[in-house]
Design a protein around this ligand. Structure first.
Ligand code: TYM
Length: 330
């Protein structure tokens, strides 16, 4: 099993990223060979202040290490340090179809009404994402639900390349989407995804929030006056309640049903303080480690350079194979 996944180094790591992806990345390190990267080449598909982007790459590297990504076991690097990624993306651009990209819902959401003024990179970035994974011949891609369509696109691109050029070069990767934390929702709206781009900071828990802020965000999280039922099915029409139960279950490594079994019949007056305490206890050691890694930028740079070197070595044979298959001399 070879695992590849990435995260954009923009702003803070929030609870959706942590439960939907990073916590699961950390757990997978014992199950296979893992490569994790900071997708800075994705971040520049929208304008980013250059100094801020550079700082965010280090900050996100520190956050991943704090969440348990072990640089001895896994390959941790920044996208832009491995030019084979954008290089392969160009070759795959010539295989991917415009019609396929036109179907990407994330581009539609992100470009909104301003499609014509979105960058070409924003439209094309699912192909770079395909290169990220196909380059390392990954078998599995742990992501949240919002990335599922992008992983399906990778499979289509891999198949078309292998078929067109009659090779067995690319591996079709499987998306690995968590059962309880596939889609963590905003604390203010149970129908919107928890996201870095939501203008309200009260909509998300950041991994850097202090205990008081976490408690306040959970206390103010939108809910309803009904007590919690005994089964998840009964939460069908209550998206905010379902979200908080899912967050609890993902944090405590339980089935949502087991959480409900303890809280059935009780209201949010009882549930919210328990959830806030669980969150604070989960974040405490992560924050302590984050502070430690932040203090040593030289060590972060050293680890990222080491990771990039390893990633360049894994990438090269596949990149060479793609050039050769296409009849390119280099
Ligand atoms: P990004 O940076 O938006 O998110 C990183 C990871 O966090 C997951 N995630 C969530 N999961 C559950 N609930 C949420 N509310 C939530 N918000 C975010 C995302 O699904 C993702 O797994 N395009 C990718 C980065 C990328 C990548 C790749 C991923 C670049 N190349 C190759 C996998 C493989 C992105 O923008 O993720």
């Amino acid at each position: 099993m070879r695992v590849v996944s990435g995260i954009q180094p923009t702003g803070n790591l929030h609870l959706g990223n942590y439960l939907g992806a990073i916590k699961r990345w950390a757990a997978m390190q014992t199950q296979g060979e893992c490569l994790f990267f900071l997708a800075d080449l994705h971040a520049v598909t929208v304008y980013n202040d250059p100094a801020e982007l550079a700082a965010n790459v280090r900050e996100m590297a520190a956050a991943l290490l704090a969440c348990g990504i072990d640089p001895e076991r896994s390959t941790l690097f920044a996208h832009s340090a491995v030019p084979a990624h954008p290089e392969l993306a160009w070759l795959l651009n010539c295989v991917a179809r415009i019609g396929w990209l036109n179907r990407m819902t994330q581009f539609k959401e992100k470009s909104g009404k301003n499609r014509e003024s979105a960058s070409v990179g924003l439209f094309d970035y699912p192909v770079l994402q395909a290169a990220d994974v196909l380059l390392h011949r990954a078998s599995h891609v742990p992501v949240g639900e919002d990335q599922k369509q992008h992983v399906e696109l990778m499979r289509d691109i891999a198949l078309k390349f292998n078929t067109d050029y009659d090779v067995d070069l690319f591996v079709s990767p499987e998306p690995l989407i968590g059962a309880t934390a596939a889609r963590i929702m905003s604390l203010r709206d149970g129908n919107a995804k928890m996201s870095k781009s939501d203008p309200s900071d009260m909509s998300r828990v950041n991994l850097t929030d202090d205990a008081d802020t976490v408690a306040q965000k959970i206390r103010k999280a939108k809910t309803d006056p009904e007590p919690l039922p005994e089964s998840m099915d009964a939460l069908g029409e209550r998206p905010e309640a379902r979200n908080l139960v899912a967050i609890h279950a993902a944090l405590s490594d339980e089935e949502p049903q087991a959480v409900l079994a303890r809280f059935a019949g009780q209201g949010f007056g009882a549930f919210k303080p328990a959830l806030a305490e669980l969150l604070v206890e989960t974040l405490r050691p992560i924050k302590a480690r984050l502070d430690m890694f932040r203090e040593d930028p030289a060590e972060l740079d050293r680890l990222l350079a080491l990771g990039a070197e390893k990633a360049r070595a894994t990438a090269q044979p596949t990149l060479d194979g793609a050039y050769k298959a296409m009849g390119l001399r280099r």
